[in-house]
Design a protein around this ligand. Structure first.
Ligand SMILES: *[C@@H]1O[C@H](CO)[C@@H](O)[C@H](O)[C@H]1NC(C)=O
Ligand SMILES: *[C@@H]1O[C@H](CO)[C@@H](O)[C@H](O)[C@H]1NC(C)=O
Ligand SMILES: *[C@@H]1O[C@H](CO)[C@@H](O)[C@H](O)[C@H]1NC(C)=O
Ligand SMILES: *[C@@H]1O[C@H](CO)[C@@H](O)[C@H](O)[C@H]1NC(C)=O
Ligand SMILES: *[C@@H]1O[C@H](CO)[C@@H](O)[C@H](O)[C@H]1NC(C)=O
Ligand SMILES: *[C@@H]1O[C@H](CO)[C@@H](O)[C@H](O)[C@H]1NC(C)=O
Ligand SMILES: *[C@@H]1O[C@H](CO)[C@@H](O)[C@H](O)[C@H]1NC(C)=O
Length: 611
């Protein structure tokens, strides 16, 4: 009987932990009650060991003052350190067998020991979890998902060993998965309302334009004093991550390379397909094309680019888990909805730097979202421990979430259209193990020798996390901002104690690229992230050539005093949203443009000076 366990808990003072949001998540509605006889593959994601030490382990290899700087861990050491303990596995297993009477043959431990799987009928699962299962349907695309939005219960001695049970309250993030590229005026994938791209009729005429009206690779080189030819060959690596129907065409790359990077003509990125991803499938060209042309254009033919192509048009749950699981076998079965195909589990190559120009979830403390994004962020931290750098766009919605401008109303509802309400950050940018990149532009009639301003074409994303507290390494920078330049918004408008972002910025408008057989001016923080990823890849190249390790998690170094000269400070501009002007750019770090744009020679020197 549904809710039997909950009633038992209430009636008998048995301590129970209840994960219990009460409303159906935004965008979903109840389609019907789940069939009691249907098979429900349940997954108990087990709590990891030593997870409270993750920050300390990471700072040990990433704090520039640490004697162990750059001494990254092997994946095996990471897996061993965080694997759930025997006590954790035994406690959950014994509860299932001895208390709940489940046939021991039905229970399987995942191959890495981080999850218990069992197939029950819906009726049995409802009994076990004190839950009521429904089939939900999404209003955008009609996708369906089985879950129990009202929550579920576990006995307290079990719940502390379980991160969460799948499928339950989390219905997927389909309504929130979006690229951060500006869109064409032609309606397409995304249902977003960013600034439209501008077609360029005659690309040769652009040569006469300044970098305020058309940003070419040479403009970027001028702005950031970036002049670097890689020497480390395939000892170095970088990838762009592209999701769902975001794809590219080789002919577009060649059109771009012919004009701006002749040594790259005929080259394409090396595809690493994950969860059925296929870059030759039909789809939307806006994001992948932008990312690939910028990274390959800036790095040249002496550095190969990889393309993580993740999921396909039919992917029911396009978020970070398939990527994280594909490069880290210890994560595969810990996450995802039960229908997720886990064939790509730890068998895909890692790279030194990965650029992600997408957002997957609003940074809101909703019990259906927080455990998922916190676990994803932890996993990014674990991969960073092995020397990976995660770089993500900070978003194009200013202090609101996504180009649609979601803000949080007083009653907790998220509403689009920039209503008055609390600011909403975005993930993965707000994860502290990610380096978030905001967008700048050359001001009208200014040149690459003038300071850039925060982009005005759209509002560059930035703000304060609700899920992650402010890390020590940005404490001074953020305190300085809040004390000297912070706006006087009411306390409940943004979370002053949260992780603040972006960390840095790079040009985000109007980048000249070739897409769909023509040149266009495009952009978004979508452009800023791959530009910064190319810069860090060049830094890695030089460090590898000097016999040093790649930089891995860079945030503690970026904020340290050793890097004070590594940026062009951006002090002009705002990032409006939620019916406000958002934040102001200001001297030093600010939640619009972070620490500033890269001053490549200084940034390189600072990283080369580290062990
Ligand atoms: C790559 O690393 C290996 C081993 O350190 C070295 O022998 C080789 O020369 C490097 N290749 C390049 C292109 O630097
Ligand atoms: C790029 O990849 C190709 C194909 O794997 C390889 O032949 C070439 O050596 C690589 N180039 C560099 C610079 O690593
Ligand atoms: C998962 O992938 C395998 C191998 O590609 C395929 O045979 C199977 O049908 C897939 N399962 C689902 C549920 O998509
Ligand atoms: C929250 O408030 C908004 C605006 O007043 C309203 O439209 C919405 O229905 C409310 N949602 C809930 C769950 O009360
Ligand atoms: C900021 O940039 C805008 C656009 O170029 C310019 O009009 C304004 O004067 C600048 N403000 C300051 C304080 O420099
Ligand atoms: C930029 O320069 C053009 C041509 O000199 C001039 O007409 C325009 O007013 C200038 N715009 C700004 C914002 O300075
Ligand atoms: C603000 O951030 C802190 C630290 O992450 C968190 O504990 C708290 O729940 C957040 N507040 C809100 C209202 O989300």
């Amino acid at each position: 009987m549904a809710f039997s366990r909950l009633l038992l808990c209430l009636a008998s003072f048995i301590a129970c932990a209840v994960a219990a949001p009460r409303v159906v998540p935004d965008g979903w509605s109840i389609h019907r009650r789940a069939d009691p006889d249907a098979t429900l593959p349940l997954k108990f994601t087990l709590a990891q060991s030593n997870i409270h030490n993750l920050d300390a382990y990471l700072l040990d290899v990433a704090d520039p003052k640490s004697p162990n700087y750059g001494k990254h861990w092997t994946p095996a050491k990471v897996a061993d350190t965080f694997r759930p303990s025997k006590e954790t596995v035994d406690t959950v297993h014994s509860w299932l067998v001895n208390d709940a009477g489940i046939d021991v043959q039905k229970i399987r431990l995942s191959k890495n020991g981080d999850a218990l799987h069992l197939d029950l009928t819906v009726a049995e699962a409802e009994d076990l979890l004190g839950a009521e299962y429904f089939v939900y349907r999404h209003s955008d695309d009609g996708m369906t998902h089985v879950g129990c939005h009202q929550g579920y219960t576990l006995p307290e001695h079990v719940s502390k060993h379980v991160d969460f049970v799948w499928p339950t309250t989390y219905l997927g993030s389909t309504s929130f998965v979006r690229r951060d590229a500006e869109v064409s005026s032609v309606p397409g994938f995304g249902r977003v309302s960013g600034a439209p791209k501008i077609p360029v009729d005659d690309v040769s005429a652009l040569a006469a334009e300044g970098c305020d009206t058309s940003v070419t690779l040479d403009c970027l080189r001028g702005l950031y004093k970036y002049d670097y030819t890689p020497v480390s060959g395939d000892n170095n690596s970088v990838a762009v991550a592209e999701f769902s129907i975001e794809v590219y065409r080789p002919a577009d790359l060649d059109m771009f390379f012919n004009t701006y990077a002749p040594d790259q003509v005929g080259h394409i990125p090396e595809t690493i397909s994950i969860a059925g991803g296929d870059p030759t499938a039909g789809g939307d060209l806006g994001e992948s094309t932008l990312d690939i042309e910028l990274v390959m254009g800036l790095l040249g033919s002496k550095q190969n680019l990889s393309l993580y192509q993740i999921g396909d048009a039919a992917s029911t749950s396009v978020f970070l888990d398939p990527l994280l699981g594909a490069v880290d076998g210890s994560y595969c079965e810990a996450e995802g909805v039960s229908s997720q195909n886990l064939t790509d589990c730890g068998n895909k190559p890692t790279v030194n730097v990965v650029s992600i120009s997408y957002h997957f979830n609003p940074d809101v403390t909703d019990p259906t979202i927080s455990p998922i994004v916190q676990r994803e962020c932890t996993e990014i931290g674990k991969l960073s421990l092995t020397g990976m750098t995660f770089i993500a766009s900070s978003g194009d919605g200013g202090v609101g979430y996504s180009q649609s401008g979601f803000c949080q109303l007083a009653n907790g509802t998220l509403q689009a259209g920039n209503p008055k309400g609390a600011f909403l950050g975005q993930l993965p940018a707000s994860c502290p193990y990610v380096t978030a990149v905001g967008a700048t532009s050359v001001a009208t009639n200014k040149t690459v020798d003038d300071p850039e301003i925060a982009t005005t074409r759209f509002a560059s994303g930035g703000g304060f996390s609700n899920n992650f507290p402010r890390p020590s390494w940005q404490d001074d920078a953020v305190t300085n901002y809040l004390t000297n330049f912070g706006p006087n918004y009411a306390d409940n408008i943004f979370n002053r104690s949260g992780r603040a972002y972006p960390d840095v910025a790079a040009n985000g408008w109007p980048l000249v690229i070739a897409e769909s057989g023509q040149f266009v001016k495009s952009g978004g923080t979508s452009a800023s992230a791959p530009i910064f990823a190319a810069v860090i890849t060049a830094v890695n190249d030089a460090r590898i050539a000097a016999g040093k390790s790649p930089v891995g998690w860079i945030n503690p170094a970026l904020y340290s005093s050793d890097f004070a000269k590594a940026y062009n400070d951006v002090t002009n501009g705002t990032n409006p949203g939620c019916s406000t002007q958002g934040f102001n750019a200001a001297p030093g770090w600010d939640p619009v443009t972070g620490l500033g744009t890269p001053n490549f020679p200084e940034l390189l020197a600072a990283f080369l000076a580290l062990p």
